[in-house]
Design a binder for this molecule. Structure first.
Ligand SMILES: Cc1cc2nc3c(=O)[nH]c(=O)nc-3n(C[C@H](O)[C@H](O)[C@H](O)COP(=O)(O)OP(=O)(O)OC[C@H]3O[C@@H](n4cnc5c(N)ncnc54)[C@H](O)[C@@H]3O)c2cc1C
Length: 351
């Protein structure tokens, strides 16, 4: 018979959310295990890893960008040192105006601190069309390398890979939970889109979206800069680039569709002048929420059961930001801000 192991936390899910939480728990001195069934189609393994503080047709700064972007530019390089791996790449990002109207409407005196006039030379393989703007603080996280480096760093005593945690096997104790040989003060579910099937949290207003992207290979001598014009064009090594992405709230399956590929290629051809061939086509489901804000916090009836989810299409930038609030709530009993706290939906919970 195995003896009980007392720990602080069980983290369920090893995507961006669970991994950021694990790294911050370790930093805060919490003893944890991370259980991940590692389904290859989970969104973190599909994500292109782009981070970009400017959003929408009107080039506004994304939610909390002034706090989130300084934080991720500190967090990921610190993790690179700790984990002994390279995965964070700040890059120039250029948003091309999709129409003459968009170009005319853009007000160069805009107070958005992340935008400036375009002073870069545009590579010959890009058609500048109506011109564009330069976005600072953008770049890519090589997500697979980040996740892999963290798992290797923690090792098998902490990371239980290939295991699925079935909620029926969790015993709720007066203080904490028991699962297998572990007795933990808390369990936090970081299950991505699977979170909507978790019986403790299925009442939350998940609104997942299917996303498809493609990888292309070209003879053009690709530079570092990322371009966006209705789709993003993200150069990789070896003359390859990622092009994405689509958004579909209706067909939540993992089928690659010719219609999505056509959609991406049509937009790509509106600004990419070189020839290319498609070498890969990927699909995943994003964990979005109806009010477009993350989900962090603890169950209204079981405060030992928590969640970190709802990172939507911005897992790279939101992951460390939201995980830090959860860790501060666990260690210092600090309040999680209302905007991302699941308490904003407690009225939906019927018990
Ligand atoms: C096509 C596409 C492109 C994207 N591009 C970007 C981008 O450029 N930049 C960006 O920031 N974001 C992007 N995203 C969004 C990003 O992928 C998500 O925000 C992020 O990956 C969510 O991470 P997560 O950890 O919450 O969920 P997931 O990545 O889904 O991870 C959840 C993990 O938990 C595991 N799991 C679930 N239930 C259990 C259980 N009961 N027991 C054990 N394990 C369990 C799953 O197998 C999985 O490994 C993109 C998404 C898609 C689909």
């Amino acid at each position: 018979m195995s003896s009980t192991r007392n720990i602080d936390l069980i983290i369920v899910g090893g995507g961006i959310a669970g991994t950021c939480l694990a790294l911050l728990c370790e930093q805060g001195g919490l003893d944890f295990i991370l259980v991940d069934d590692h389904k290859n189609n989970h969104s973190s393994y599909v994500a292109s890893g782009l981070f970009n503080p400017v959003t929408g047709r009107k080039f506004v700064k994304s939610w909390e960008a002034e706090h989130i972007f300084p934080l991720i530019h500190e967090f990921y390089p610190k993790m690179e040192k700790k984990l002994g791996a390279d995965f964070f790449e700040p890059r120039p990002l250029i948003r091309l105006f999709p129409t003459a109207k968009a170009s005319n409407d853009w007000d160069s005196s805009s107070p958005n601190p992340f935008i400036s006039e375009l002073d870069e030379q545009i590579p010959e393989y890009i058609d500048p069309g109506f011109g564009g703007i330069k976005v600072s603080n953008a770049g890519i996280l090589r997500v697979k390398s980040f996740l892999q480096a963290a798992k290797e760093f923690f090792g098998p005593s902490k990371v239980k890979e290939g295991l699925s945690l079935n909620t029926e096997r969790i015993e709720i104790l007066h203080e904490g939970v028991r699962w297998e040989e572990y007795k933990a003060k808390k369990v936090v579910f970081c299950e991505g889109p699977e979170g909507r099937r978790n019986p403790y949290f299925s009442w939350l207003p998940f609104s997942p979206t299917k996303g498809e992207l493609m990888e292309i290979e070209t003879n053009a001598d690709l530079k570092d800069s990322i371009f966006t014009k209705r789709v993003f064009f993200l150069p990789l090594s070896g003359n390859r680039a990622l092009v994405g992405a689509t958004y579909d709230r209706t067909n939540l399956n993992l089928e690659k569709t010719p219609a999505s590929r056509e959609y991406l290629e049509e937009r790509l051809r509106s600004f990419f002048k070189s020839s290319y061939r498609v070498v890969d086509h990927r699909v995943g489901i994003r964990p979005n929420v109806k009010d477009r804000r993350p989900l962090a916090g603890f169950h209204s009836e079981h405060e030992q059961i928590g969640i970190l989810n709802g990172l939507g299409s911005k897992g790279v930038s939101l992951g460390p930001f939201v995980a830090q609030f959860l860790v501060n709530a666990i260690i210092k009993e600090e309040q999680i801000p209302k905007e991302l706290n699941i308490s904003r939906f407690f009225a939906f919970f019927e018990g």
